[in-house]
Design a protein around this ligand. Structure first.
Ligand code: COA
Ligand code: AMP
Length: 646
């Protein structure tokens, strides 16, 4: 993609960011070119490409048609759960998206309005996102695994004029009726959307009618076309809620211009894929990976994207991924390590893989959680192509650390996502803000300005944005992750330093789960921690103290807690284990020692803080963890005897 080698390109992106990104901005189509690369807003925050006018839907569809590619495939829908495959050309996509956009326009949705999308993995989810982008409406996609309560929280924060949903999703063993969940969420929310556009999948799910309902197909059929509405580069394209350290999810804002420029760059520079080739991100449109690489990055760059409605296993078996790759000639693929662990467990020798011609696959990317060496090496050996771990977040919107395939690749070091991506001046800082030495673990930060495509702010909460990301280390964006850089400049991400956990590549907040657990009847207090899990990376564990004077049975209370988390947050939380204890370990000031609990549950070394109130509680906890099978009965707790004076 470039005659520059990575070190030169990287240096240039850091030393002359405005020049570097203006050059990249030349590669997308603007209705009006930006007047400046970077400006500063009234809150002192960076804005990219002010003055530029464009439309993200135009870039994803119309632009390719204008270049004569209208009859090429833009999207492949592959659904093992409904046994359907359908391909859409750019012309067909335009027809679908433009009619839906016009339909939304007739419902009164205009530029700057918000629209919540709660959809399964069907093409209409992509059409809905692009239709919003076409008319300058700001979408907020909510992952289908979240329960009505979570949907209601997002409705109240985003205040959508309309919701777009479908009658149902399909999980491995059941149909999930979405419409009743949307109705439930609307009954719970204070803000009431005017319309709910429902795509009827005709799969037999219950579909209660409500006054606000509009039938998707009728709306699309009745509508003509609408031209893309020019928006400012700095206008929001979408809001995506993600878990933070409190019970309230954070609405990450993505702008239009910086996002398009950065994603377009990343497709060739990071993923090494050429326009016209098939790119598959096996994620869900409810997550950032889905936004960036099922929808926007692939389409803007002119790649055929795959929307896959299924799981790596059991739909129907562990060969599904390999079938999709060979059947659709996927050149570059992206999934989470969990998916590979699930496949490896079912097919350790890769026998199912051998049935398919995978010779077209060039690179396999992994992200979303830490990639363990065993998974990396297994996949490298089985596929015989570069397997590339890379690190990023909802906040960044595109990779921050990767082995950039658009430049001469670096040798892979297992455990490392390789080097900072161009644009990210990444550092490891100590608690006091000084820079860590090579191999010394610390906080992963990025020197401001962040490159285009990264979050410019939080929806409706600039204070939380500044406090949460920019204040702890002045001059830097704080990622919330810990890690270190080795003597060769390779970055190793060791995990979150806050209460965010990562379950099967899904980012969840333990604080949010604690709110639900502690308000369950008969619970006096609790801690929810993430513990290591062979398949999902981490799973939540609730450690609970029963309210005194109650005689509830442990199994009954556990079942109530598990059900409450499922009902309030959703099945995606995967809280399946509750451990009832007499007391929780705390400091003298009453702070629960979650880090110590985590270390004990994971069999890791720990040091008791000198501020611990009653060290005897630790022995009680170890005994309970053994009884519950959380740690083996032979485990002793890896306590380092000396009590830290820090
Ligand atoms: N709508 C409704 N429910 C959903 C859902 C959705 N869109 N997505 C998940 N769920 C439910 C599942 O049915 C499951 O419910 P259960 O507890 O009744 O079984 C629960 O939420 C947890 O789902 P999941 O995390 O997908 O676990 P699983 O056990 O069904 O499957 C894996 C395990 C490893 C196969 C699966 O987690 C996976 O494919 N992981 C890859 C992760 C990934 O792509 N992450 C995206 C970030 S890159
Ligand atoms: P999300 O915002 O849902 O994409 O989750 C982002 C978080 O997932 C990061 O802050 C990391 O904690 C974790 N993560 C993502 N990719 C990786 C990776 N390659 N290695 C380690 N952790 C990762």
């Amino acid at each position: 993609m470039s005659s520059l080698q990575y070190p030169m390109a990287f240096r240039r992106s850091i030393e002359s960011p405005d020049e570097f990104w203006m050059e990249q901005a030349e590669k997308i189509h603007w209705f009006e070119k930006p007047k400046a690369a970077r400006t500063i807003d009234e809150n002192g925050l960076d804005l990219w490409f002010s003055g530029g006018k464009m439309n993200t839907c135009y870039l994803a569809i119309d632009h390719h048609i204008a270049k004569g590619r209208g009859e090429e495939h833009a999207l492949i829908y592959d659904s093992p759960v409904t046994q359907t495959t359908r391909k859409y050309t750019y012309n067909e996509m335009l027809d679908e998206v433009s009619r839906l956009a016009k339909g939304l326009d007739t419902l009164g949705v205009t530029k700057g309005d918000t629209v919540v999308i709660y959809m399964p993995m069907i093409p209409e989810a992509v059409f809905a996102m692009l239709a919003c982008a076409r008319i300058g409406a700001i979408h907020s996609v909510v992952f289908g695994g979240f329960a009505p309560h979570e949907l209601a929280l997002r409705i109240d924060d985003a205040k959508p004029k309309a919701i777009i949903t479908a009658t149902s999703g399909i999980e491995i063993d059941r149909i999930i009726p979405y419409k009743p969940m949307v109705d439930d969420a609307i009954s719970k929310s204070i803000h009431k959307p005017e319309h709910v556009v429902v795509f009827n999948r005709r799969l037999g799910a219950v579909r209660p009618d409500a006054e606000y309902d509009i039938d998707y197909k009728t709306l699309v059929k009745a509508s003509g076309h609408i031209a893309p509405v020019p928006v400012d580069a700095t206008d929001p394209l979408y809001i995506l809620y993600t878990s933070g350290t409190t019970g309230k999810p954070k609405g990450i804002i993505r702008d239009n211009g910086g996002h398009a420029v950065a994603l377009n760059y990343s497709m060739s520079a990071v993923y090494g894929v050429n326009p016209g080739e098939v790119f598959w991100a096996a994620s869900d449109v409810g997550w950032v990976v889905g936004h960036s690489y099922i929808v926007y990055g692939s389409l803007i760059h002119g790649n055929t994207t795959v929307i896959f409605e299924g799981k790596p296993i059991r739909t129907p078996d562990a060969s599904t991924f390999w079938r999709v790759i060979s059947e659709h000639n996927v050149r570059v693929m992206f999934t989470a390590p969990t998916a590979i662990r699930a496949i490896k467990k079912e097919d350790p020798n890769g026998d199912l893989m051998k049935q398919f011609d995978l010779s077209g696959l060039r690179y396999q990317f992994l992200a979303g959680e830490r990639c363990d060496s065993a998974t990396l090496h297994w996949l490298e050996e089985k596929l015989g192509i570069p397997v590339i771990d890379h690190w990023w977040q909802t906040e960044s919107g595109w990779p921050m650390v990767a082995n950039m395939m658009g430049y001469a690749p670096h040798p892979v070091k297992a455990g490392s996502a390789t080097k900072p991506v161009c644009g990210y001046d990444l550092k490891i800082l100590r608690e006091d803000g000084t820079e860590a030495d090579p191999n010394e673990e610390g906080y992963v930060v990025v020197q401001r300005p962040l490159p285009p495509g990264t979050l410019p702010n939080l929806w409706g909460d600039t204070e939380r944005f500044i406090k949460g990301y920019l204040t702890r280390f002045p001059g830097f964006y704080f990622s919330g992750d810990g890690g270190y850089i080795d003597e060769d400049g390779y970055v190793y991400i060791t995990g979150r330093v806050d209460d965010v956990i990562n379950v099967a590549g899904h980012r969840l907040s333990t604080a949010e789960m604690e709110e639900v657990v502690s308000s369950t009847l008969n619970v006096a207090e609790c801690a929810v921690i993430g513990v290591n899990d062979e398949l999902k990376g981490q799973i939540p564990l609730a450690i609970v103290v029963v309210r005194s004077g109650t005689n509830v049975q442990n199994h009954e209370l556990s079942a109530n807690i598990i059900n409450a988390v499922r009902v309030e947050i959703g099945p995606v939380a995967s809280l399946k284990k509750v451990c009832i204890v007499d007391r929780l370990p705390k400091t003298r000031s009453g702070k629960i020692l979650r880090k110590t609990l985590r270390a004990i549950a994971d069999g890791a070394e720990y040091t008791l803080p000198s501020t611990i109130d009653d060290p005897a509680i630790i022995d009680e906890i170890i005994a309970r963890f053994k009884e519950e099978g959380i740690i083996s009965s032979a485990a002793n707790g890896n306590k380092i005897d000396t009590i830290s004076q820090s």
